[in-house]
Design a protein around this ligand. Sequence first.
Ligand code: SAH
Ligand code: SF4
Ligand code: F3S
Length: 433
Amino acid sequence: MSCKKLYIETLGCAMNVRDSEHIIAELNKKEPYELTGELNKADLIIINTCSVREKPVSKLFSEIGVFRKYKKDGAKIGVTGCTASHLGKDIIKRAPVVDFVLGARNVSKLSKIIDKKHAVEIDLDYDDSNYNFGEYRTNPFKAMVNISIGCDKSCTYCIVPATRGDEVSIPSDLIIGEIKKAVKSGAKEVMLLGQNVNNYGKHFTSTDKKSNFTELLREISLIDGLERIRFTSPHPLHMDDEFLEEFASNPKICKQIHIPLQSGSTKLLKEMKRGYTKEWFLNRCKKVRELCPEASISTDIIVGFPNESEEDFADTLDVLERVRFEQLFSFKYSPRPHTQASTYSNQIPNEVASKRLTKLQKRHTEILDEIMDSQMGKTHSVYFDELKSGGKISGRSDDGKLFFVDGSEELLGEIKDVKVTKTSRGALDGTII
Ligand code: SAH
Ligand code: SF4
Ligand code: F3S
């Protein structure tokens, strides 16, 4: 008999991407599943959801409609992730075709509930932080490893603390063990995951050896065979000098850093409860540029937060001009349930927010074009991790740029120096030197 087939769709952030790998590993513990991209062939359809804005929540319900239409008789539908956490049984009320709902940080309960019709497991206090999932990685060359789960902040726009619960740091010996396993099976690069990675070490559940994020980075960098360390996301508030000095001086730490701004206005940052000012943010970016001029900095920005005036928005544009982020993820503010900001008066009209978003993105595109054009002829160290069609292979430079070169399988898992021969906004072409 052929094995069962799984169709899995992942919305949201890197955490969710890793959770989907955990879901696959968890299923395989009970019986083997083969992945399929064809809905009508699947025995199990899972959508791993995001709640951070209203859009991915609407997407969940439109996708359930599609699943219902194309699924074969007897196939099950499961809803997992952040929207599962925050809507729980209401998902089944609204869409009875859904067989089970499993919240973020409850993944290890999957095999227990998969055969229970209309099971709902969304416990926010459940400690799913000990890697009891089994092994599954989409890309053997790069490993994602959680270092913490949940979030201990209460940014007033953000639903994540209500979907992923309180912050728990994972003991460093477990993290090291997990990375060593990945390295043994071919990974030279690790991406450390957490909502606030550099708040690591504040909330252990056990009394095991405690370390902070900088110490953890040092310890991880001693692992033989591991060449590259990335992490997402650090919080600007916790970027102390010691951490930035380690970032700049440790050769295994990739020179790419995400510093989520959210707004350039100190007034709005206060209303968002971010805990830092415009000046602090600029000072941290300046420090990165001084210590490590080759580093690329990316950011997240929200426009149209309640009460955002033209002056507040001008502050955001000002930070963009000064830091010249290599990558920008920008969003229109979306009021979320369980958040303080959704109750604020002075919500910004949609047309105003749209205009600001367009202006911000247009200016960033110009900056990005300049940055990418200036790469012509430069040499980067590229780690090749994916075969592409047309005799191409792709990889990332140390500072996170996407590269394409002519090449085949033998280059997979190799790090080579590549000279840029063609630039574009999204990626660079090059030749190995
Ligand atoms: N822990 C990370 C953020 C996780 S959510 C941090 O603190 O940076 C990812 C991004 O989604 C946020 O950085 C923010 O820019 C955006 N976001 C969160 N809530 C949002 C909302 N209600 N509306 C629009 N964007 C939002
Ligand atoms: Fe959300 Fe703030 Fe926590 Fe990030 S730090 S996940 S934005 S509450
Ligand atoms: Fe990530 Fe979305 Fe949840 S951004 S933490 S999957 S709400």
